[in-house]
Design a protein around this ligand. Structure first.
Ligand SMILES: [Zn+2]
Ligand SMILES: [Zn+2]
Length: 185
């Protein structure tokens, strides 16, 4: 499994991520990781007596009573959209489309390079510079990104971090109103 900020932020013992190698455990202790976003040392810390996160119910009640003051302030990562409809959509596009809401690559390629693009478009016919230019243009026209590593859809204007009790930022939530997702059944 690939360790990313997103996967680590979903770890049940993570209260907050300070930097790629430092997290705050739900018990309040700071834990150093040996590799970026790798929870291995956090798991070891949790099994250790110095970690109070497993101290029965006191922790849970404390967690809920602290929730208003604590969780509202903590910065969380927007998890993007990954509900039923989005998963269906991702399965259908098969991650061939990374840049959601942008025109098809062959159309944009023709706009950019004109008649150089034959009737059947192939990425491999482009040189490095053209390839980069096409990718940049698609990215700039995209409304969302299909993220194959975390299996979610994220707005290109995702605010990345969110505050409060929500798990998804406003821009990502707004994507649900896009026709593509509304029509999925
Ligand atoms: Zn702990
Ligand atoms: Zn977002």
């Amino acid at each position: 499994m690939k360790h990313t900020e997103v996967t680590l932020s979903k770890h049940p013992k993570v209260r907050s991520i300070i930097d790629p190698k430092t997290v705050i455990c739900v018990c309040g202790k700071r834990v150093r990781l040996d590799r970026n976003y790798d929870p291995d040392l956090l798991d070891r810390h949790v099994k250790n007596k110095i970690c109070k996160s497993n101290d029965g119910n006191s922790q849970i009640t404390q967690f809920f009573s602290n929730q208003n003051s604590e969780t509202l302030k903590k910065r969380k990562l927007c998890i993007g959209l990954n509900d039923e409809k989005v998963r269906l959509y991702l399965r259908r596009v098969g991650f061939i489309t990374t840049f959601g809401g942008a025109p098809p690559p062959e159309i944009v390629a023709r706009e950019l390079f004109g008649s150089k693009i034959k009737s059947s478009f192939h990425w491999k016919d482009l040189n490095k510079k053209e390839n980069d230019q096409l990718l940049d243009t698609l990215r700039s026209r995209a409304k969302w990104i299909n993220d194959s590593t975390t299996f979610c859809v994220r707005s290109t204007e995702c605010s990345t971090y969110i505050e409060g009790i929500n798990e998804v930022c406003r821009q990502c939530l707004d994507l649900k109103k896009s026709k593509v997702f509304l029509v999925i059944k």
